[in-house]
Design a protein around this ligand. Structure first.
Ligand code: TMP
Length: 216
């Protein structure tokens, strides 16, 4: 494998998707190879179907371990169909969420335990870890306010969780970032969109000089 695997993570309302949409064309202009932009849960037909089952607000009776296994199952299918072939072809993959989301949401948010979640994800990914992770950090009050204010965004089953759930998720992200300083780069997502995009862009390019031409 000689591609580059980048993930973008953050609590709900951090603005990941908007930032990624702005970043993608800028990065593509200076990338030495094709960039594949994808997301989890989803990215391929089977995983998108699993996403609909997980996030449907009517599925209130879903057991938390069922939820964790479904995320891992969607991840496996997406990995095999999209991520691994792209990395094997030397491409740059930028994925909106990956295993860190399961560690924080199911491990900490649902209180299953980060170790347990790491184990099922080790099985699903055979140990594939991102080369670089951009973590967009936002406090839970701001994140939740942003989700509920945005009329374009559909409210899913996890968005309906209360403040404490989202605070556990955020603390787990901060812990992961502290434990993995070489991989996870924290960005303050309360700044303006332009500032967040600019600092995300610089962080990615500076950390991966082999894959991007400098001096855009
Ligand atoms: P999205 O809003 O970034 O598309 O993600 C959908 C929801 O799924 C979001 O609330 C985070 C949640 N999620 C998990 O709980 N575990 C996971 O492993 C992933 C990938 C997402």
């Amino acid at each position: 494998m000689n591609g580059l695997f980048i993930t973008i993570e953050g609590p709900d309302g951090a603005g990941k998707t908007t930032v990624l949409n702005e970043l993608y064309p800028r990065l593509q202009m200076i990338a030495n190879s094709e960039i594949v932009k994808t997301r989890e849960p989803g990215g391929v037909m089977i995983a998108e179907k699993i996403r609909q089952i997980i996030l449907n607000p009517e599925h209130q009776q879903m057991d938390e371990r069922t939820e964790a296994l479904l995320y891992a199952a969607a991840r496996r299918q997406h990995l095999v169909e999209v991520i691994l072939p792209a990395l094997n072809a030397g491409k740059i993959v930028i994925c909106d969420r990956f295993v860190d989301s399961s560690l924080t949401y199911q491990g900490a948010g649902r209180r299953i335990g980060m170790k347990e979640i790491a184990q099922i994800n080790e099985f699903a990914t055979e140990g594939l870890t991102p080369d670089f992770t951009l973590y967009l950090d936002v406090d839970s009050d701001t994140g939740l306010r942003r989700i509920h204010r945005s009329r374009t965004q559909e409210i899913d089953r996890l968005d309906l969780e209360g403040l404490e759930f989202h605070q556990r998720v955020r603390h787990a992200y901060l812990k992961l970032a502290e434990e993995n300083p070489a991989r996870i780069h924290r960005i303050d997502a309360k700044a303006s969109l332009q500032e967040v995009v600019d600092s995300s862009f610089s962080a990615i390019v500076e950390a991966n000089p082999k894959y991007f031409k400098r001096g855009e």
